[in-house]
Design a protein around this ligand. Structure first.
Ligand code: FES
Length: 195
């Protein structure tokens, strides 16, 4: 449970300055808090409320709406297994039970080494590729117990480090505003626009 560090307060002020209204910086600041502690601590929400001239309840009200914000420590890799209807019809429950057995935890739990958290979630919009899961929001499709085991091994060995960043780093990634990234964004958008 901690307030934002001095370094993050400086970044928070810079982020706030990008918006015409302070309140609009709420989501990026929540990401900063999550990046700092691995979850959004209560004191961090109070600190964010002070920075944005909001009530702490408003900060919590927004943060608690989004599944991506956690209010307790979670693993380095959060594995969201979809158990909604399309995935359920092709083995999602079996997959979830297999995952629980393989990692020795129940859904919602975290392994003792702090590496993995499993959650069963509602539709993650990959129904045509069911059963589907996400690891820190990176998708895996048509997952079987065997491919799940391979995924765990690859994560444990660090093989997927480049593809799947650790939980809580989204805030840092989103704050990269160098010309290179900006230009890439424009080019990508141009491709989309020309379709
Ligand atoms: S039901 Fe599983 S992704 Fe939609």
């Amino acid at each position: 449970m901690s307030r934002l560090s001095d370094e993050r307060v400086a970044l928070a002020r810079e982020i706030i300055g990008r918006f015409p209204r302070k309140k609009s910086a709420l989501i990026p600041l929540l990401h900063l808090a999550q990046e700092q502690d691995g979850y959004v601590a209560q004191d961090a929400m109070v600190h964010i409320a002070e920075l944005l001239d909001l009530a702490p309840a408003e900060v919590y009200g927004t943060a608690s709406f989004y599944e991506m914000f956690k209010f307790h420590p979670v693993g380095k890799y959060c594995i969201n297994i979809c158990t909604n209807i399309s995935c359920q019809l092709v083995g999602a429950w079996n997959l979830l039970h297999h995952a629980e057995e393989r990692l020795g935890i129940k859904s919602g739990g975290t392994t003792d080494d702090g590496l993995f958290t499993i959650e069963d979630v509602e539709c993650i919009a990959a129904c045509t590729e069911a059963p589907a899961l996400q690891v820190n929001y990176r998708y895996r499709y048509k997952v079987t117990p065997d491919s799940f085991d391979s995924l765990i091994e690859e994560l444990e060995s660090g093989e997927l480090q480049g593809e799947i960043p650790p939980h809580g780093t989204l805030g840092a990634v989103r704050q990269i505003t160098t010309a290179a990234w900006s230009n890439r964004g424009i080019e990508d958008q141009a491709k989309v626009d020309s379709r």
